[in-house]
Design a binder for this molecule. Structure first.
Ligand code: G3H
Ligand code: 13P
Ligand code: ZN
Length: 339
C-alpha cells in the first residue's frame, strides 16, 4: 500500500486502544530495521525524519528509500512524518516532497531554541494545518516544551503543558495530534533516578485526554534508555553516564489515557552504537561496513520489535485498508463544512 496518512493510523489505534511507535531514521539500515520489525510483529508504523535527518539524507534519498519500503512491505501501513518542523516552510517542503504527516513545533520559535508565545504557536500551526489538510496530510502540534537538547533542537527549559492552553490550541488550530510536555525530555539523560509520579505527570495526560478525547496525544522523549544497551556501549569503549529513561509501564499507562504516538530515537541510537562498537572491539581486523552494519541493523530490529509489542501495535497491520490522501482531504473538507 502507499504511504498512509498518520491521522488514519492514529484513528485506528484509538479504535483498537493501542499506541504506535514513531521511530526516527537517518539511513537505509534504520528504515530496513523498522520495516523488518513491523513485518515480524505485523505492526502499522510511523517512520519519522527530523530536519537534521532530512539534511543528512538530502531528503530525496530518504524519499526513495521510503518508496522502496512501501514496495517491499505492501502489507504494512506506514506513515512518513516530519519530526519537529521548526517553521511553516519546513513543513510545506516536506508535504510537497510526499510526507503524509508533519509536526509543526511552534512551541519554539524558528531557531528551534527560544520558547515561543501561545499566539505565535497558534499562528504558525494554523498556517500549516490549512496547507496540510487541503492535501490530506496530518498535522501534529506541540504545546508546552520538553527538556533536553538534541542536535541543537530544544530550549533546554521545561514548560509543562497547561491543559487550558491545550484545549484552546486544539480548537484554534485544528491539529490532528498534540505533543504534550509532562516531564519527559529528549536524549539519553532524562532522569537521574527512576522517574516517579512526581517526575512524570501522568495525571496531566489523563486530564488533557479527558478534555480533548478526539485529539491523539503524542509522547516525545519516550526512549527507555535500557541499562543493558548503555552497558554494551560502555563495555566496548563508550563513555555514557548512567541514566534513567521512561519506563515502558509508564508509556503503557499513557496509552490507556489517550497517548497514540510514541517517539523513540535514542534507544535506536544506543542499539546501533552498541552493536557497532562490539564488532570494532572484538574484530579490529574487520573493515567491511557490512560486518558492522548488519549487526547494527539486527540490534535495532530487535529493539523495535519489542517496542511494537509493548505499545500494542503488534498484530494490527492487517486491520484496515489505507485511505488515499484525497479521501483524507475530502474528510477534512466535509468536517470543516459541517462545523
Ligand atoms: O527529537 C529529536 C530526535 O531525536 C531527532 O534528533 O534532530 O538529532 O535528528 P536529531
Ligand atoms: P528520545 O530521545 O527519548 O528517543 O525521543 C525522541 C523524540 O522525541 C523525537 O521527536
Ligand atoms: Zn521530540
Amino acid at each position: 500500500m502507499p504511504l498512509v496518512s498518520m491521522r488514519q493510523l492514529l484513528d485506528e489505534a484509538a479504535r483498537g486502544g493501542y499506541g504506535v511507535g514513531a521511530f526516527n531514521v537517518n539511513n537505509m539500515e534504520q528504515i530496513q530495521a523498522i520495516m523488518e520489525a513491523a513485518r515480524e510483529t505485523a505492526s502499522p508504523v510511523i517512520i519519522q525524519a527530523s530536519r537534521g535527518a532530512r539534511s543528512y539524507t538530502n531528503d530525496r534519498f530518504l524519499w526513495h528509500l521510503m518508496q522502496a519500503a512501501v514496495e517491499l512491505y505492501p502489507e504494512i501501513p506506514v506513515s512518513l512524518h516530519l519530526d519537529h518542523g521548526n517553521e511553516p516552510a519546513t513543513c510545506i517542503s516536506a508535504i510537497d516532497l510526499g510526507f503524509t504527516s508533519v509536526m509543526m513545533d511552534g512551541s519554539l520559535e524558528g531557531d528551534g531554541k527560544t520558547p515561543a508565545s501561545f499566539e505565535y504557536n497558534v499562528a504558525v500551526t494554523k498556517e500549516v494545518v490549512e496547507y496540510a489538510h487541503a492535501r490530506g496530510v496530518t498535522v501534529e502540534g506541540e504545546i508546552g516544551t520538553l527538556g533536553g537538547i538534541e542536535d541543537g533542537h530544544g530550549s533546554g527549559e521545561v514548560h509543562l503543558t497547561d491543559p487550558d492552553e491545550a484545549v484552546a490550541f486544539v480548537h484554534e488550530t485544528g491539529v490532528d495530534a498534540l505533543a504534550v510536555a509532562f516531564g519527559t525530555s529528549h536524549g539519553a539523560y532524562k532522569f537521574a533516578q527512576e522517574p516517579t509520579g512526581d517526575v512524570l505527570k501522568m495525571d496531566l495526560i489523563e486530564e488533557i485526554h479527558r478534555r480533548l478525547p478526539d485529539t491523539h496525544l503524542v509522547m516525545h522523549g519516550s526512549s527507555s534508555v535500557p541499562p543493558e544497551l548503555v552497558a554494551q556501549v560502555n563495555q566496548y569503549g563508550g563513555a555514557l553516564k548512567p541514566a534513567w529513561g521512561v519506563p515502558v509501564k509508564e508509556i503503557q499507562l499513557g496509552i490507556q489515557n489517550g497517548v497514540r504516538k510514541i517517539n523513540v530515537d535514542t534507544d535506536s541510537r544506543l542499539a546501533v552504537t552498541g552493536a557497532i562498537r562490539k564488532v570494532f572491539a572484538e574484530s579490529p581486523e574487520k573493515f567491511d561496513p557490512r560486518d558492522y552494519l548488519k549487526p547494527a541493523r539486527a540490534a535495532m530490529q530487535e529493539l523495535i520489535a519489542g517496542r511494537m509489542r509493548d505499545f500494542g501495535q503488534a498484530g494490527h497491520a492487517g486491520d484496515y485498508e489505507a485511505l488515499s490522501l484525497e479521501e483524507m482531504r475530502e474528510g477534512y473538507a466535509a468536517a470543516a463544512a459541517a462545523a
